[in-house]
Design a protein around this ligand. Structure first.
Ligand code: SAH
Length: 233
């Protein structure tokens, strides 16, 4: 059984979108992972196929209905489905590479994409949805957030990424941001590639990269650097 993502959305035509390209797209075509995008509107209960209604207590916008969403979730992920059920939401815990690794190591994910002002709180509780944010800013819908999450997961599935090592060296893997990368030409607008990288001395290259990764992390992400420093001590 391959890793499977099921997306609940009002815009199923948005998928696979960019996930159909490059490594993720090839792996999808090869069956290394599977993707289902289900239209929430198909589970509406009335003639008008309504999926949202005005917020209780007043205020702007519309809220996605608990009853319609529950029917959609139960159809796609019946009881006993071992996959985590996620709701893309700016109120969630920000997604981390560690959580991505956990999702990728499991059987897959169910992802609910919000629209409008969000979803009825009772649905979140009744279906035990884990709210996941992709950052401290507000998107107009959960689809792009779901794609970001899926892209991060899928590239960790065995056999998806060309070079298995690039996953262990990159940003966050060691608690540090990645060192700067260079490639030919040797000289670009009077800027040479740092000598050490072309010296052929692997020990020196590794030490330089580690020092650069530490410098960048300390500069840009003192929060990450502090955790890294404490872990080393
Ligand atoms: N009124 C809500 C925002 C709704 S935005 C609030 O203030 O919290 C509409 C939908 O876009 C959300 O339901 C969610 O699915 C998605 N979304 C918006 N920003 C997001 C983010 N940073 N991370 C993940 N999903 C997000």
């Amino acid at each position: 059984m391959s890793w499977r993502a099921d997306i609940l959305t009002l815009f199923p035509e948005a998928f696979p979108g960019p996930l159909g390209l490059s490594l993720a797209g090839r792996a999808l075509a090869e069956g290394r992972w599977a993707l289902g995008a289900t239209d929430i509107r198909g589970f509406a209960l009335d003639r008008h196929r309504s999926v949202d209604d005005t917020p209780a207590g007043g205020g702007p916008g519309m809220v996605m209905r608990a009853d319609v969403l529950a029917r959609a979730i139960d159809a796609v992920s019946p009881e006993g489905d071992p996959r985590p059920r996620l709701l893309m939401s700016p109120r969630g815990l920000p997604l981390t590479q560690e959580r991505v690794r956990e999702f990728a190591a499991g059987p897959g994910v169910l992802v609910v994409c919000g629209r409008f002002e969000g979803v009825d709180q009772r649905l979140i509780e009744a279906r035990a949805l884990e709210e996941v944010s992709i950052g401290d800013y507000v998107l107009s819908g959960g689809e792009i957030a779901a794609m970001a999450l899926l892209d991060a997961c899928v590239r960790l599935i065995p056999g998806v990424m060309g070079n298995a090592e690039s996953g262990t060296e990159e940003s966050f893997a060691s608690g540090l941001l990645e060192y700067p990368q260079y490639t030919r030409p040797q000289l670009f607008e009077d800027r040479p590639i740092p000598d050490i990288l072309t010296s052929g001395d692997h020990g020196k290259v590794a030490a330089w990269r580690r020092a650069e990764a530490e410098r960048l992390t300390k500069d840009r992400r003192p929060d990450l650097y502090e955790i890294y420093r404490r872990g080393k001590a």
